[in-house]
Design a protein around this ligand. Structure first.
Ligand code: TYM
Length: 331
């Protein structure tokens, strides 16, 4: 049986990278897979979150999923803390994963920065919780952006070691699904840096809730270079901003980079930026409006999360029982 699990952190500023790299792909997958989409609030608190802001962001991520077209009845949408199985399995995995494995995780190094001694223990053990998220459901496929690839490899290592240590075939090895032309959307201010929620400059990212004027302004102000747009893929060499903006256009327009090059290659950035702004507003505007409408009824969103949490627990409880028997806690 194929089962999909994926997650987004409710840390504010859900952006175009989250949409194109992840959420949009999930909408398509719901046709063919049994899908579980999780707002990973327990991951969020690995860096301090204001509690009121966390509650709002959790609902906002759920609203973004629904507004993008994910059906919360046909799939499961819930926030992680509603299902204790994630934390329970993460503890077992803390005892399976090796320090050396976690030491290699680039996200920890980036997020902890220079002052690693002051990072939370949770931030360090974050990938073990992520492995637990996925494996608590025996998920087989995990649709993510490219930045999560290393975490997925660790998840497979943990599943393999658990199965070997206990001589069982309990966990599947989940496959990452990294789709499309926007697997790594870059900052609008620096084409060599990933678009990220934590970038101090709001101009670096298009947020899913930005209004039309803000989207247009951010695209107008996006960093470019003085040359016309390249007319073939080799022309992207040394021009990360051109590659990023044309890649975003291709993804939003559901086409490929060659088609965008054929249409805009050789033209000035100013003409292209206008077209990109119009396209982004046409695609994101309705989603932002629907998110706002959903956010105005927090009771409805909370009911969806509660229902999703119950259905999530029903899947993981028997799997956790199996794990507890295998490790010798039960049975
Ligand atoms: P998070 O919250 O940083 O991002 C959510 C999803 O968005 C993708 N993404 C991007 N894709 C393209 N370009 C970008 N600039 C960009 N920025 C983010 C991410 O790859 C991700 O798919 N650790 C995860 C959350 C998580 C998870 C899981 C994911 C926790 N448990 C289990 C999958 C399965 C994270 O921090 O994603």
């Amino acid at each position: 049986m194929n089962r999909i699990f994926s997650g987004v952190q409710p840390t504010g500023n859900l952006h175009l990278g989250n949409y194109l790299g992840a959420i949009r792909n999930w909408v398509r997958l719901q046709e063919d897979f049994d899908c579980i989409f999780c707002v990973v609030d327990m991951h969020a608190i690995t860096v301090f979150q204001d509690p009121a802001a966390l509650r709002t962001s959790t609902r906002e991520v759920a609203a973004a999923m629904i507004a993008s077209g994910i059906d919360p009845k046909a799939n499961i949408i819930f926030n992680q803390s509603r299902n204790p199985s994630h934390a329970e399995l993460a503890w077992v995995f803390n005892c399976v994963a090796r320090l050396g494995w976690l030491n290699r995780m680039t996200q920890f190094k980036e997020k902890a920065g220079k002052n690693k001694e002051n990072a939370s223990v949770g931030l360090y053990a974050y990938p073990n919780l992520m492995a637990a998220d996925i494996l608590a459901y025996k998920a087989t496929h995990v649709p993510v952006g490219e930045d999560q690839k290393q975490h997925l490899e660790l998840t497979r290592d943990i599943a393999t070691k658990f199965n070997n240590d206990f001589q069982v075939d309990l966990f599947p090895l989940p496959e990452p699904q990294i789709f499309g032309t926007a697997t790594r959307v870059m900052s609008l201010r620096d084409g060599t840096k990933k678009m990220s929620k934590s970038d101090p400059s709001a101009l670096s990212r298009i947020s899913m809730t930005d209004d039309a004027d803000t989207i247009a302004k951010k695209i107008r102000k996006a960093k470019t270079d003085p040359e016309p747009l390249p007319d073939n893929k080799d022309g992207f060499e040394g021009r990360p901003e051109a590659a990023n903006l044309m890649g975003i256009y291709a993804a939003l327009d559901d086409t490929d980079l060659d088609a965008v090059i054929a249409q805009y290659g050789g033209q000035q950035f100013s003409t292209f930026k206008q077209a990109l702004a119009d396209l982004a507003v046409a695609k994101l505007g309705p989603i932002g409006d629907e998110m706002q409408r959903l956010m105005d009824d927090s009771g409805h969103l909370d009911a969806i999360l509660e229902d999703g949490g119950q259905r999530a627990r029903a899947i993981t409880q028997p799997i956790l029982k199996e794990v507890y028997e295998v490790v010798g806690f039960l049975g």
